[in-house]
Ligand binder design. Structure first.
Ligand SMILES: C[S@@+](CC[C@H](N)C(=O)[O-])C[C@H]1O[C@@H](n2cnc3c(N)ncnc32)[C@H](O)[C@@H]1O
Length: 432
């Protein structure tokens, strides 16, 4: 029998907790390379549910705190290391800053960096830097300021809202978001069943996210996850039983569910068949009905609708509390294209409305160009539309109302309750 080549010695077993750290590292590397966390789910597939949750939380927290970690790391780095090394340092610094046993964290990250062919030669640097971070510990971490938004986003926001409000938004982004639910029928009963707080606008808020599918009423479709601000456009539309309502950009369907729950006759359209499948799943779970159509809203020409909801694609800058990857993965290059698309969608949607019908235009953006300015420009361009006075909905603060008659919501509002997503919405009509 021929001699077998000698086997390479097996690599020593990975350190405890390596799998979720490795997955979190891959996620953060994907984001700093320009992809959103929602596009990187494959990195988590091989993990058990508890490890998956830990990896996702670690990655999100590290992205939220990246600016703080960079400050803590800066004195120990003579030049910026490659992104993968920098991200490993950020993740480890977060863990140490949040009080994990520093020795174990340093060992684990030095081991991970050493095993990866692209980063192994930085093993010594990572070891030396993390030992310094471990010496400084959580005390130094907690004294560092809240991270700033990147300049491409901070500048337009400061122009629109002022520097101080932007600082408060940054504080809200850093704090993250609670879990908000919309009840299919009875918010007070849902609050009681889940132990959540009933918010003045009718959403139910849980301080601890936990596992949504394990909450009482999930399987029966008693609620769906929806930020308190995101629940307001459908309330503004105020659909009534039997009305023909068109939801033009419907997926994943939070607002479709709200409108369907009123007893209106809903058609939900979205350009993405995959995302539309999520609307269908959500409708089925909640025992609600709507006609679903995959297609481009700009090519949809069925008219005569009593009410239309246009939740237009946007920069999503209002959702950074929940999506801390956004400021890292994006650079504002797509703002212009989105603003133009919103204007075209709004103009087209108005042509589909019956005379006397109502239309809510909304975006989860903090940029006036994707909100207030869209409505001002539509009003200037057309003489067949008007803004309707905002209905007397519970919980709306008078200062949220805007000059042109819309509603502006920001993450720095409701600080004592845990904030809300940034949103703009306005209720328009085409007078009969
Ligand atoms: C902000 S999201 C909608 C969120 C949804 N209304 C909800 O409450 O769950 C925007 C949606 O617009 C869809 N979209 C983008 N361009 C579109 C177009 N031209 N026609 C129809 N849908 C479009 C996207 O696929 C995305 O699902």
């Amino acid at each position: 029998m021929a001699d077998r080549p000698p086997r390479r010695p097996a690599a020593p077993p990975a350190k405890e907790g390596a799998a979720p750290r490795k997955a979190a590292w891959a996620l953060v590397n994907g984001v700093t390379a320009g992809r959103l966390l929602s596009e990187l789910g494959g990195e988590l597939e091989r993990l058990a549910p508890a490890e998956r949750a830990r990896a996702a939380r670690l990655a999100a927290d590290a992205l939220r705190a990246a600016g703080r970690a960079d400050r803590m790391l800066k004195p120990h780095l003579s030049k910026r290391p490659p992104d993968a090394v920098r991200n490993a340092l950020r993740l480890a610094t977060l863990e140490i800053g949040e009080g994990a046993a520093a020795h174990g964290v340093v060992d684990a990250w030095v081991d991970l960096v050493g095993r990866h062919p692209h980063t192994s030669r930085y093993r010594g640097l990572v070891n030396a830097v993390l030992r310094k971070i471990a010496e400084a510990g959580p005390e130094a971490w907690s004294k560092l300021p809240v991270p700033n938004l990147p300049r491409w986003l901070r500048r337009p926001l400061a122009e629109a809202w002022g520097d101080r409000p932007v600082q408060q938004m940054e504080r809200a982004h850093f704090a993250g978001a609670p879990l908000d639910l919309t009840a299919r029928t009875d918010p007070a009963a849902l609050a009681e069943a889940t132990g959540g707080a009933l918010l003045p606008t009718g959403s139910v808020r849980l301080a601890q996210a936990g596992q949504v599918t394990a909450l009482p009423g999930f399987a029966e479709g008693a609620f769906w996850v929806q930020d308190a601000a995101a629940a307001l456009p459908a309330r503004l539309l105020g659909a009534r039983p039997g009305e023909r309502v068109l939801d033009l950009c419907a997926a994943p369907g939070g607002k479709t569910l709200q409108v369907a729950a009123t007893g209106a006759d809903v058609t939900a359209l979205d350009i993405s068949p995959d995302r539309l499948a999520r609307v269908e799943e959500n409708l089925a779970r909640c025992g609600l009905a709507a006609r679903t159509l995959a297609g481009d809203a700009l090519a949809f020409d069925e008219g005569g609708w009593d009410a239309i909801l246009l939740d237009a694609p946007c920069s999503a800058t209002g959702t950074i509390r929940r999506h801390p990857d956004l400021p890292h993965a994006k650079d504002g290059a797509e703002f212009g294209r989105l603003i133009e698309l919103q204007a075209r969608l709004l103009d087209h949607a108005l042509t589909l409305l019956r005379p006397g019908g109502r239309l809510v235009f909304c975006t989860c953006s903090l940029l006036p160009d994707e909100g207030e300015v869209q409505v001002e420009e539509a009003l200037a361009a057309r003489d067949d539309i008007a803004v309707l006075p905002l209905p007397d909905l519970p919980g709306l603060a008078p200062e949220w109302r805007t000059e042109e008659g819309g509603l502006r919501l920001r993450p720095d509002y409701w600080p004592e309750r845990g904030g809300m997503d940034g949103f703009y919405m306005a209720l328009l009509t085409k007078p009969a």
